[in-house]
Write a protein that binds this ligand. Sequence first.
Ligand SMILES: Cc1cc2nc3c(=O)[nH]c(=O)nc-3n(C[C@H](O)[C@H](O)[C@H](O)COP(=O)(O)OP(=O)(O)OC[C@H]3O[C@@H](n4cnc5c(N)ncnc54)[C@H](O)[C@@H]3O)c2cc1C
Length: 319
Amino acid sequence: MIVRVSITLPPAREKDSRFITQQLSHALQKQGCDRAVEQAAIVCEKKSIDARHGSVKLVMRYALYFDERPPTQEEKLPQWKKADPSKKVIIVGSGPAGLFGALTLLEYGIQPVIVERGSMVSERKKDIASISTKGLVNEDSNYCFGEGGAGTFSDGKLYTRSNKRGDIPQVLRIFVHFGADPKILTDAHPHIGTDRLPGIIQNMRNFILSMGGQILFDSRCTNFLTYEKNGTCIDGIQIKNTKTQAVSELHAKAVLLASGHSANDIYELLARTAPLSLEAKTFAVGLRVEHRREIIDTIQYKKQNNIDTLGAAEYRFTS
Ligand SMILES: Cc1cc2nc3c(=O)[nH]c(=O)nc-3n(C[C@H](O)[C@H](O)[C@H](O)COP(=O)(O)OP(=O)(O)OC[C@H]3O[C@@H](n4cnc5c(N)ncnc54)[C@H](O)[C@@H]3O)c2cc1C
């Protein structure tokens, strides 16, 4: 039996297991459950900070497992299989969509072949540095293009105000499996951190390769290979090596386009290849605004003296 219970704690009590047990006990009784907390395996599922109404509280959600063992995070991960090279799917782009697409194919033992126009993370860092130091922009390896996609050098915020919901806990578990801090599994506003994200992307790459996937860097998809059967079908791509300019062809059972919203050439190609109706989406422009932590902490935490145990306060602007 699993019972879910939410309690609020003063921040100073976050690690006080006796106090937490007492609070859980009261909450269980309120819910009409007559089992003792001591008989349960306790798993923290969510932690958020409520700084409204003049006092700061931690809002914690726990799952209490009675008479059963909670599954470990690793046990909940997908069962990835070694790739069968006779079942091959091309993925254009190694951003989040491409990497998670490759991991999904591996659940079925299908071989992902990722074709990425930009460079590996380590090379890409140098290309990005050249933008500010020399004013040089490499059109294939920059902030938008390269291993890990557009957000590789970002803060890696993992929450969204969008209503498109998938299996978000599983996405977070996969990030932890590849090196993210397990705190992201319970934080209300999880983020990976600029310092860790490139390493996690490299771990994903190494795993995909170890399972028999392939990744071609500095390889730009420049055309689709097509045949006609009840309409135009795509069964491969033309690739141009961006370092040597060599052109080659790659065939597969299917092509997954995970080229992101900056790949205008891919959309032009699509429009030329098949009679598709394409429509431009509106887009958002992001600005980086920095404020001193003390100012935000003082506003959000109302000068309470437990600021250090809470970490930097969160805030957002709306206009
Ligand atoms: C500076 C910045 C900060 C961000 N911060 C966050 C954040 O904190 N949290 C968050 O959730 N989102 C963030 N985002 C948004 C996030 O990065 C995107 O939503 C996400 O990267 C989209 O993933 P994707 O895989 O669809 O496309 P992309 O990440 O754009 O990946 C597409 C990949 O395809 C490759 N490609 C394109 N054309 C071709 C071609 N012809 N041949 C071969 N390869 C090709 C590109 O090189 C690229 O690697 C940020 C974006 C930016 C730019």
